[in-house]
Write a protein that binds this ligand. Structure first.
Ligand code: ADE
Length: 223
């Protein structure tokens, strides 16, 4: 899989993807992640990429010329062109799973007040938001989306089970509480059932706890 990120801040997008599992996935050839400087496609001598809003209003918008040139240069016949924007469809695990099946993503990062609507109308296949809040920089959102997708690619996680058994993968339930050794710490004991070796009982307890946690923290997920 190839993920191209188009941004005014390539270092911001790449920094979180340069360590640990993301680093190993790239070294193993599971994914190729490239960040591109939008300014390289600016057309005027000042390399201007933004301008004021038509009709007035505060802030600046990314201009169409550099974005058209960059997207047309970077996309191919199998590319899904995605715009990172708080106005987009909300990114969830199911969306990550769908996107992980695509051969090539081009993540276009907004900045300032966003991008000229003509870019969206003509070039963008999907507008994606990572949540109901506004970031200063779409490159942060692109790194989040890339991480969530890459960890789903076969071979990216050491233990394949960990992406199958986690939250949101089965039903719409959060994960049950988890414990490691020691069995007692500062008088706080690991629940006995988890030390019992009884796999049926453990599975029952985990489901019960997952339901309780979902009710408490994310009642919106329950029917
Ligand atoms: N750019 C700014 N805020 C964003 C968000 N919540 N999701 C995606 N891109 C963004």
């Amino acid at each position: 899989m190839i993920i191209d990120i188009l941004t005014l801040f390539p270092e911001v997008a790449l920094a979180p993807l340069s360590e640990s599992i993301m680093k190993r996935a790239q070294a193993a050839g599971i994914v190729q992640i490239r960040a591109h400087q939008l300014r390289d496609w600016a057309v005027d001598k000042h390399q201007k990429t933004d301008d004021t809003l038509c009709g007035g209003g505060p802030g600046m918008l990314l201009k169409p010329e550099p974005l058209f040139a960059a997207i047309e240069a970077l996309r191919g016949p199998d590319t899904l062109v995605v715009l990172m924007t708080p106005q987009g469809k909300v990114f969830r695990q199911a969306v990550a799973r769908e996107l992980s099946l695509r051969p090539h993503l081009l993540l276009v990062c907004g900045h300032y007040e966003g991008v000229d609507q003509r870019v969206i109308d003509e070039l963008i296949d999907l507008e994606l938001s990572i949540g109901d809040y506004v970031l200063t920089n779409g490159a942060i959102a692109a790194a989040v989306v890339t991480d969530a997708i890459v960890r789903l690619l076969p071979g990216a996680l050491g233990d394949e089970r960990s992406s199958v058994e986690e939250s949101f993968q089965q039903e719409n339930l959060l994960e049950a509480p988890a414990y490691t050794k020691p069995a007692e710490f500062r008088g706080l004991r690991v629940p006995e059932v988890l030390l019992s070796g009884n796999h049926r009982k453990i599975a029952e307890w985990q489901r019960e706890q997952a339901l309780l946690r979902t009710k408490k923290n994310r009642p919106d997920l329950l029917p």
